[in-house]
Design a protein around this ligand. Structure first.
Ligand code: F0G
Length: 459
């Protein structure tokens, strides 16, 4: 009836934002080696670096924090957590970890061996790194529709099923220990995966007797898109859609720092008792006893409650609408971005934003730094700095597949006026785009270089 979609919560506690000037920010980004990960976060006005672990917990979750039981073994908080995950996802064995990548490391350590191949719609960077660290090949099979940044295609996060079949034909099922679907597809622009695609991928996996796992960080946002966009799901609840997605798979890894709205936590889940036992053995080695897995009892309580809040449809309605609100305003102003907007983030297309810069001149870095300098907004490059390759011998840079700048929206943290400010900052940067400088790397690590690289502008 009314066109304004309100934040479906009241604010009980506030956190002061430190305001800075462009001159101060110029000095701070220089001191950070032109790497936005090296900034002190209190020098950032609006922090859209990630939606991971940055959400605001509810009064209920904070209540759970006080109830957390810190017993080493058999804590009631563990059972609350396990029951909550089982209630939403239906997996039999649920193993807590300190965050998503710990779950990934354990899963791939147990399931993969060197030379194996793991197909995924698109691996997230830590997922890829954990597959490769095991000596296996991380194979991205995104849908062809993802390449078209402007079309209205509703499920650009889908896996290319024909390419999955081709992978089975090329490598053979013996080399493919599992297939993964990342929902929503974070490296693929936060785009959702359709239920039809989960079903088709599951069917191919069944044919080759290969387990299908979800990277389920943003599964409730994905489910909400299915409800909104996929024929036949308008009257199905998000809770039912999540259950249906999980029912098609053998397990998942989960960074609960996303949809479960906790500041720290994750888990892996499976239906396979033998696998669960092996995973728990590894868990004990590095994370902790199976009833806490590197988390405090209070973290497990917050996670248990967050899982239930994540399927609340009033919350998801506001969440998805607010992301779309930013995207729509930027698109109306001509700013190039991935369309339709995903669940947790806006992805600017730095290639078209700064067409005078080659991928190896890091256009995404240049756009992200401009947003910081102009308005103290911190965004994240997902381009050649993150996914390009550096040949240490020849010094040659190979470009990544895309040049995106992600504005990730923390859950329940910022209001509409914060987002109006972000829209203004991005539009201003776009108006000044001809002045965006090239960057070059002066120092980098062999893995996940974007976290620690030092860069400089090329004058
Ligand atoms: N899988 C996906 C799809 C992710 O987006 C992330 C984290 C992980 C796995 C790893 O989880 O951080 O708990 O170890 N993504 C964050 C981001 C960091 O900013 O997108 P983690």
């Amino acid at each position: 009836m009314f066109k304004t979609i309100i934040e479906p919560f009241r604010i009980k506690v506030v956190e002061q934002i430190k305001m800075t000037t462009p001159e101060q920010r110029q000095e701070m980004i220089r001191a950070a080696g032109y790497n936005i990960f090296a900034l002190h976060s209190d020098d950032v006005i609006i922090d859209l670096l990630t939606d991971s672990g940055t959400g605001a917990m509810s009064a209920n979750q904070w209540g759970g924090v006080m109830r957390g039981d810190e017993s080493y073994a058999g804590s009631p908080s563990y059972f609350h957590f396990r029951d909550s995950v089982q209630d939403i996802m239906g997996f039999e064995y649920v193993i807590p970890t300190h965050q998503g990548r710990a779950a990934e490391r354990i899963l791939f350590s147990v399931m993969c061996k060197p030379g194996d191949v793991v197909p995924n719609n698109s691996h997230f960077d830590t997922t890829r790194a954990n597959v490769e660290f095991r000596g296996a090949i991380a194979l991205d099979l995104p849908s062809a529709e993802l390449a078209d940044m402007d079309s209205d295609f509703p499920f650009k996060g889908d896996m290319d099923v024909a390419a999955l079949r081709a992978a089975f034909a090329e490598f053979g099922a013996a080399r493919i220990p599992l297939v993964m679907l990342t929902v929503t597809n974070n490296s693929g622009g936060g785009q959702p995966v359709s239920m039809a695609n989960v079903r088709e991928v599951a069917a191919v996996c069944r044919e080759f007797d290969t387990p299908l796992y979800l990277d389920a960080c943003r599964i409730t946002e994905n489910a909400y898109f299915i409800k909104q966009r996929e024929p036949g799901y308008a009257d199905v609840t998000v809770r039912e859609i999540v259950a249906e997605m999980c029912a098609l798979t053998q397990g998942c890894t989960m960074s609960a720092k996303k949809d479960a709205i906790v500041n720290m936590g994750g888990f892996l889940a499976t239906r396979d008792p033998e696998l669960a036992r092996e995973e728990q053995n590894l868990l004990i080695l590095t994370e902790g006893f199976p009833t806490y897995g590197g988390l405090s009892g209070r973290d497990l309580e917050a996670l248990a409650i967050g899982m239930q809040e994540a399927v609340d449809e009033h919350y998801l309605h506001y969440r998805i609408a607010s992301t779309r609100y930013i995207g729509q305003h930027l698109r109306d102003a001509g700013v190039p971005l991935l369309w339709p907007t995903g669940g947790h983030a806006i992805y600017l297309d730095a290639k078209r934003f700064a067409p005078h810069l080659a991928p190896t001149q890091f256009p995404g870095v240049s756009v992200a730094i401009a947003l910081y300098l102009l308005g103290g907004v911190r965004a994240c490059e997902i381009g050649t700095l993150m996914f390009g390759r550096h040949d240490a011998e020849t010094g040659e840079e190979t470009a990544g597949p895309r040049e995106l700048v992600r504005l990730a929206i923390p859950r329940r943290v910022y209001t509409q006026s914060h987002m109006d400010y972000v829209i203004e900052v991005v539009i201003k940067a776009f108006e000044n785009r001809d002045d965006l400088p090239a960057y070059r790397i002066v120092e980098q690590a062999p893995f996940l270089r974007h976290f620690s690289a030092k860069l400089e502008p090329v004058s």
